[in-house]
Ligand binder design. Structure first.
Ligand SMILES: [Zn+2]
Length: 276
């Protein structure tokens, strides 16, 4: 069970940090609802936080950590990885880790890229993650999507990535197969769009499930962000009203774990190794 901690206006990946304070924040109330729900259903989760959010709302990140949830990094500036140079990514990762670790007082060991924007051309990210002590990644979307995706990455299950002598645990987004068609159902717009009975059915038939949601996915009263294409507007705002109750049902019907619990449960000696 994972959440990416960012505000409603962070669906824009090219915006400048300087403008973010001009939007009215909704992160505090939205996150409060998620925390209440997780506590009510007694479920663990991993929260991938933007370094910017840790800088702006240190008390919020302290609270998530204090309640026993796992904290990872979701970058600092929420820019797509494949639009960055290697040096820019390194600078951004360092900044996000500094901000988050300063607030929670412990080492951050897991990462998720904004919009799953790691692909075959940005494999150097794994070297940089390794350099800064990230040993678990959840940034691979093993199929095609608007913001890249990594279709050449075939396994949609936890694997060891080996790259230039570095080993890293990878938890990609899970995909389901139906009549030879691979699709995602467990997060973001896909989760919001599908009726709950299908999400439950697909979840039951999956031996690996990666739920990924954002505070804004549960917020039907958020403003419309200007400048989105019609397609992105649809994907960004469809199904907001029913998302909270779907998540509540899911948390009632299934027992979840966070990333570090998953790391402990998996026998990594037997897991597949992917050489990139
Ligand atoms: Zn994000």
């Amino acid at each position: 069970m994972t959440f990416d901690i960012e505000d409603w206006f962070h669906i824009e990946f090219t915006g400048s940090i300087g403008n973010w304070n001009s939007y009215k924040p909704r992160i505090l109330q939205n996150l409060e609802r998620i925390l209440e729900l997780l506590q009510k259903r007694d479920q663990p989760a991993t929260f991938f936080c933007l370094g910017w959010i840790a800088d702006q709302y240190p008390e919020l990140i302290k609270k998530i950590d204090g309640l026993g949830y796992e904290i990872g990094s979701h970058s600092f500036d929420h820019k797509l990885i494949y639009t960055k140079s290697r040096a820019d990514f390194e600078e951004d990762l360092k900044k996000s880790l500094f901000s988050i670790e300063d607030v929670i007082g412990k080492k951050v060991k897991c990462f998720r890229a904004p919009a799953f924007s790691i692909n075959e051309k940005t494999l150097w990210v794994f070297e940089i993650m390794n350099k800064y002590g990230i040993d678990t990644d959840a940034s691979v979307f093993p199929g095609k999507r608007d913001f890249g995706g990594f279709p050449a990455f075939a396994p949609a299950r936890p694997v060891i990535i080996e790259y230039k002598g570095i080993r890293l645990k990878e938890f990609p987004v899970n995909m389901n197969n139906f009549l030879g068609f691979r699709f995602v159902f467990s997060g973001g717009g896909y989760f919001r769009m599908l009726p709950y009975f299908l999400i439950r059915e697909f979840s039951e038939s999956s031996d690996y499930l990666m739920i990924y949601l954002h505070p804004r996915d549960l917020d039907s009263e958020q403003p419309l962000l200007a400048g989105l294409t019609a397609a992105r507007r649809f994907k960004s705002y469809v199904g907001l009203k029913s998302c909270y109750s779907k998540l509540d049902k899911l948390l009632t019907d299934f027992k979840f774990i966070n990333l570090s619990m998953a790391c402990d449960e998996i026998d990594w000696q037997k897991a597949d190794t992917i050489n990139l």
